[in-house]
Design a protein around this ligand. Structure first.
Ligand SMILES: C[S@@+](CC[C@H](N)C(=O)[O-])C[C@H]1O[C@@H](n2cnc3c(N)ncnc32)[C@H](O)[C@@H]1O
Length: 246
């Protein structure tokens, strides 16, 4: 379990730089493609995530980070369920994605702070956050163990980590169908609309290499998270992992 290994990247720094450049290129078309390629199911995945973490959003003066927030859809879904005194922060290391998030926030009048930050070196003191969520970002980390250790550092004892990520469908028939879709139709469609076939070839490749739900849960436990659970959604295409710090 190391981290993502994009084509041509020989070091963790090169892997992170590849990911940053890739999301910068697709930022303007990211939302459209997300909704289109998932047949709008991505909206349900984020809705379900926000619902599952709601008790942490409603803690008094809760401090919440949506890491790898991208264009901000999960942060906005969290904000709708948060208590009035909660502090919501969206963090990402890709500026063009954050610019899209800011644009969306202005339209909706949401109260979220956006910061440019690297998930492997978070600008927060130890034990300062009640909840950290990450949707479809953790898989792109250059080092998964270092990422989990950093998340553990910033979450308060008793606070929650929630990782929503693509996973491996357990049913072999559905897995084969999904592989066909994600390895043939998805790169063709995604490449055509975004003008960046590389980004939509990287996506299924990175999902294939990513640990399955059981393995990710074990890694979270090894990193010190307790009461680790996962909920598969849409036949196991994605899984929501949750765990408590400390
Ligand atoms: C697939 S997008 C997901 C965006 C959003 N969470 C969503 O649900 O649509 C992944 C995001 O993770 C960000 N990301 C990847 N690695 C990161 C890291 N190490 N630190 C901060 N952001 C990172 C990328 O810049 C990108 O915006």
């Amino acid at each position: 379990m190391q981290g993502t290994t994009p084509p041509g990247a020989r070091t963790e720094q090169e892997a992170a730089a590849y990911v940053q450049r890739m999301f910068s290129r697709v930022a303007r078309r990211y939302d459209l493609l997300n909704h289109l390629l998932s047949f709008q199911t991505d909206r349900y995945w984020r809705f379900r995530t926000a619902l599952d973490v709601e008790p942490f959003l409603r803690r008094p003066r809760s401090r919440v980070l949506d890491l790898c927030c991208g264009t901000g859809d999960l942060a906005l879904a969290l904000e709708r369920r948060a208590a009035g005194d909660a502090l919501l922060i969206g963090g990402d290391f890709c500026r063009p994605m954050l610019e899209e998030a800011r644009r969306k926030q202005r339209r909706r009048g949401a109260r979220i702070e956006w910061i440019e930050c690297d998930g492997l070196q978070l600008p927060f003191p130890p034990g300062s956050l009640d909840l950290v969520t990450i949707a479809f970002g953790f898989r792109n980390f250059a080092n998964y163990r270092a990422g989990l250790a950093e998340l553990r550092r910033v979450i308060k004892p008793g606070g929650m980590l929630a990782i929503l990520e693509f996973s491996t469908p357990p049913n072999p028939v559905f897995r084969a169908l999904y592989r066909f879709y994600s390895e043939t139709l998805l790169p063709a469609l995604g490449g055509w609309i975004s003008g960046d076939r590389g980004a939509y070839t990287y996506l299924p490749e990175s999902v294939k290499k990513f640990p399955n739900a059981e393995r990710l849960a074990a890694e979270m436990e090894a990193a010190g998270f307790t009461r680790v659970r996962f909920r598969r959604m849409t036949f196991g295409i994605v899984a929501l992992h949750t765990g408590l710090s400390g």
